[in-house]
Design a protein around this ligand. Structure first.
Ligand code: UD1
Length: 319
C-alpha cells in the first residue's frame, strides 16, 4: 500500500486522520513536533518522527519513500494570529514552503492540505460553495489562502497535485476513544462547553444574542472530526488515482446555533449548563454554512454524523 506522511499527525484532526488511513490499510509515517499534538495520540502501527516543519533537513529526511502527504501542522488560534502575525507567517507560510520544497526535492506528487472556512471571511451568501470570494478577516485565514496559492503554483510548476480541504467547525472525538489528547488551551465553543460540563469552568459565555438568526446567537456548521478524517482518506485515494487538484468545503450543510448547542449538551449530559451573555466577539459572522456538493460529487464523501447530539456525545469519550 502507498505510504502517507501525516505532518501534524499527533494533533486533534491529524490523529483522527492517521486512524482512518490505517483502517484503510495505508502505511503511515507521522511527522509532528508535539508542540500542540500529544504523544498519547500516536498509533503503535504508524511510524513516528518528532520534528518541526521549520527544520528543513529533518522534514526532507522524513519525506523519503513517501507517496502522498497530509499536511495539517499549523498554528490555529485566530485571535493570537492578529496579535502575533509573525508567528503565523513563519509557521503557517514558511512552514508550507518547506513542505512543498521537500515534496519537490523528493518527487512526492500528492498533498492534502488543512484549509479553513476562515479563507472566506464574512459570507456574501450561504451556504458557501468553493467559488465564494476569498476575503479572510484574520491573519490565520490569510495564511491558509497563501498556502492554497503556493500549492497552485507548485502544481503548475512542479506537478504536485493538491486537495485543499476547507474545514468548517470541527467537533467531537473518535467514537471508540482511540484518540486521547484533549485540547490544551481550548478556544472553541465545544471544548469550552465541555469544561463547563465537567466542572472546570463555572459557566459558558455566549458571545452575542442579538444576531439576525432564529434565536439571536451565531449559527455554525459543526462537522464531526471522523467525517473530516474520512474526507482526507478519500482525497488521498483520488489524488493517487492521478486526478486533478481540487478545493473542497467540508461541512454538513446544517447550521446549529450556540443556544441550540447548549440545549443539545444539556440533553446529552443530563445537566444544566449555566450560561452568561457577553458582547459579540469581534470578527464573528452571524452564519457560517457550507455547501458540501463538491465533497459529495468529487470525493464520494458523505457525513455520517448529521445530528448535533451524536457529535456532542462523542466528547464524553475523553472528557
Ligand atoms: C474559528 C475559525 C475557524 C477555525 C476555528 C478553530 C473563523 C471564521 N473561523 O471558528 O476557521 O478553524 O475557529 O480555531 O475565523 N462562542 C461562544 N462562546 C465561547 C466560544 C465560542 O459563544 O466561549 C461562539 C462563537 O461566537 C461562535 C461559535 O461559538 O459563534 C463557534 O465559535 P468557535 O468554536 O470559536 O469557532 P469559529 O469562530 O466559528
Amino acid at each position: 500500500m502507498p505510504k502517507v506522511l501525516v505532518i501534524g499527525g499527533a494533533g486533534y484532526i491529524g490523529s483522527h486522520v492517521v486512524k482512518a488511513l490505517l483502517q484503510s490499510q495505508y502505511s503511515v509515517r507521522v511527522y509532528d513536533d508535539l508542540s500542540s499534538g500529544h504523544e498519547i495520540n500516536l498509533f503503535a502501527n504508524a511510524e513516528f518522527i518528532k520534528g518541526d516543519i521549520l527544520d528543513y533537513p529533518s522534514l526532507n529526511e522524513a519525506m523519503k519513500g513517501i507517496d502522498a502527504v497530509v499536511f495539517l501542522a499549523a498554528k490555529k488560534a485566530v485571535g493570537e494570529s492578529m496579535i502575533n502575525p509573525e508567528k503565523y507567517a513563519v509557521n503557517n507560510i514558511v512552514g508550507s514552503v518547506n513542505v512543498l520544497n521537500a515534496m519537490a526535492e523528493n518527487e512526492v506528487k500528492a498533498i492534502v492540505f488543512s484549509s479553513s472556512a476562515a479563507v472566506y471571511g464574512i459570507p456574501q451568501y450561504v451556504p458557501m460553495d468553493e467559488k465564494h470570494p476569498l476575503n479572510p478577516l484574520n491573519f490565520y485565514g490569510f495564511t491558509k489562502v497563501e498556502t492554497e496559492r503556493l500549492m497552485q503554483w507548485y502544481d503548475a510548476l512542479k506537478g504536485i497535485k493538491y486537495t485543499s480541504l476547507r474545514y468548517f467547525n470541527a467537533a467531537g472525538y473518535d467514537a471508540d476513544g482511540d484518540v486521547k489528547g484533549k485540547d490544551k488551551e481550548p478556544q472553541n465553543l465545544l471544548p469550552i462547553l465541555m469544561e463547563v460540563v465537567t466542572g472546570k469552568r463555572d459557566f459558558l459565555q455566549i458571545f452575542g444574542n442579538d444576531y439576525d438568526t432564529r434565536d439571536g446567537t451565531c449559527l455554525r456548521d459543526y462537522i464531526h472530526v471522523t467525517d473530516l478524517a474520512t474526507a482526507h482518506v478519500l482525497s488521498i485515494k483520488r489524488l493517487l488515482e492521478g486526478k486533478e487538484s481540487l478545493i473542497v468545503n467540508l461541512g454538513t450543510g446544517t447550521g446549529t446555533s450556540v443556544k441550540e448547542i447548549v440545549i443539545a449538551a444539556e440533553k446529552v449530559f443530563e445537566k444544566n449548563i449555566p450560561v452568561k451573555y457577553a458582547e459579540r466577539r469581534s470578527g464573528d459572522p452571524a452564519v457560517l454554512l457550507a455547501s458540501n456538493e463538491t465533497a459529495r460529487k468529487e470525493l464520494g464523501w458523505e457525513p455520517k454524523y448529521t445530528n448535533i447530539e451524536d457529535i456532542i456525545r462523542t466528547f464524553a469519550k475523553i472528557y
